[in-house]
Ligand binder design. Structure first.
Ligand code: ADP
Length: 434
């Protein structure tokens, strides 16, 4: 019994920095709000860790959009080319003409399968300084991407040049769209209240409809514009340092972009497994797991997958299944070990959902104040495998958001193929207005 108490104390000591109080979350919310304001200001933009990039998308769909569009999607796990048909009562993928893993995109002729010159929407899910709907200068790569010669260039022009050079034909690119915007737009087609887009997949990011009068970085004061927050970089200026744990610092140091995307590294699919792995290593070292036996395999980067968290945290999942996952990693775990591993996973995924909620609370509260409302009713279009597959993430997100932003009624709507459909819809709205 004494040994159990000692283990408990060590575990709590290791995990307590990851357990955020209500006031911790309120502080994160307030910081996000502050960074949003800085990011929107013409003079203050450079000081913010949240870029607040204008997207030149000024309206969500109104249902009158029609036609066939080509959608290119680069930035997720696969590179895809789709034909999307926007009709009176539906929007659907007419055909998926191309799909390859992004890891082999380079060197592959893409345009050869695109015979039809349809207006094209290009989903490009990296931070871009947009100068118009069809002009977007890449600021930096994220999520492990790193192709040379692209940063500082207009990605639409790079795409056009590549098509011209390799396949000798012209592309009719009418819009470049971030995946958050695509997600918001595709959900907006079904629900006009959808004015926010959220991604929790490999990375995390959000966009929302901001009042033009508050967007200091673009001329004009009328109406609204969708702002791509690039919130994954929240904290890159040091404002979240009080939240980071030893484990977060290790994940960051060993990543390919140290010091960058610090908020994302607390939340998204590319990193949660890694955080868990570092905690488990520390627990082994402190002799609370696996009898303190050194585990060579656990020292391998990315060996503990984020999808393991989803499996391990399923309610009522027999500990035998947890044991099986651990055994695959050559970890000879006891039942007590697997109970602890589950607790670690729960702690990490709960914190991720709560931090995401704190960010979202800042967004919905700003929208409510912008519109001078006592109550805001709004829908968030969401995409990303972590959000969709994790057994508790979405519930934890919604519950925390309700507590942090009680004056907002927020509905989450999962997007189906948001990047593809959304890009087509932005193209459609652009063609409608042209
Ligand atoms: P992208 O954001 O690149 O479009 P996804 O939304 O498919 O891609 O997210 C991929 C991420 O989701 C990966 O980082 C992976 O770790 C994570 N992931 C895959 N399966 C699961 C799962 N079952 N539960 C939680 N996360 C998962």
């Amino acid at each position: 019994a004494c040994e159990i108490a000692i283990i408990r104390r060590k575990v709590d000591w290791l995990l307590s920095p990851l357990r955020l109080s209500h006031s911790d979350l309120q502080r994160v919310q307030a910081l996000m709000r502050q960074e949003m304001e800085l990011g929107l200001g013409k003079e203050t933009n450079a000081r913010s860790s949240v870029c607040m990039l204008p997207t030149y998308v000024r309206a969500t769909p109104d249902g009158t959009e029609r036609g066939e569009f080509l959608a290119l999607d680069l930035g997720g796990t696969n590179f895809r080319v789709l034909v999307v048909r926007v009709a009176e009562d539906s929007i659907r993928i007419a055909s998926e003409i191309y799909i390859i893993p992004t890891s082999i995109v380079q060197g592959t002729g893409v345009a050869d399968l695109m015979e039809q010159i349809l207006p094209l929407g290009f989903t490009f899910s990296f931070p871009c300084q947009q100068l118009g709907l069809d002009k977007a200068v890449l600021l930096n790569w994220t999520k492990g991407f790193n192709a040379s010669g692209c940063v500082g260039k207009d990605v639409v022009q790079l795409l056009r040049d590549a098509a011209q050079r390799k396949e000798n034909f012209a592309l009719n690119v009418v819009a470049v769209v971030n995946d958050t915007v695509g997600t918001m737009m595709s959900c907006g087609y079904e629900d006009p209240k959808c004015e926010i887009g959220l991604i929790v997949g490999t990375g995390t990011n959000a966009c929302y409809m901001e009042e033009m009068r508050n967007v200091g970085t673009v001329e004009g004061n009328d109406g609204r514009m969708c702002i791509n927050m690039e919130w994954g970089a929240f904290g890159d200026n040091g404002c979240l340092d009080h939240i980071f744990t030893t484990f977060d610092r290790l994940v960051d140091e060993k990543s390919i972009n140290p010091g960058k995307q610090r908020f994302e590294k607390l939340i998204s699919g590319m990193y949660l497994g890694e955080i868990v792995r570092y905690i488990l290593l520390a627990m082994v070292e402190k002799q609370v797991l696996f009898h303190g036996k050194p585990c060579t395999k656990l020292q391998t980067k990315d060996i503990f997958k984020t999808r393991f968290l989803s499996t391990i945290e399923i309610d009522g999942l027999g500990l035998r299944k947890v044991l099986a996952i651990l055994r695959d990693l050559d970890l000879h775990a006891t039942f007590e070990d697997s109970v602890l591993v589950r607790e670690v996973c729960q702690t990490v995924s709960l914190r991720a959902a709560q931090l995401c909620a704190a960010g979202m609370a800042a967004v919905v509260e700003k929208m409510r104040e912008n519109r001078g409302l006592d109550q805001l009713v709004v829908t968030v279009g969401v995409d990303g495998t972590l959000y969709k597959m994790h057994p508790h993430f979405s519930q934890n997100l919604q519950q925390t958001l309700q507590v942090l932003a009680p004056k907002c009624t927020v509905t989450f709507l999962q997007s189906e193929d948001g990047s593809g459909k959304g890009a087509a819809l932005v193209a459609a709205v652009a063609c409608r207005e042209a």
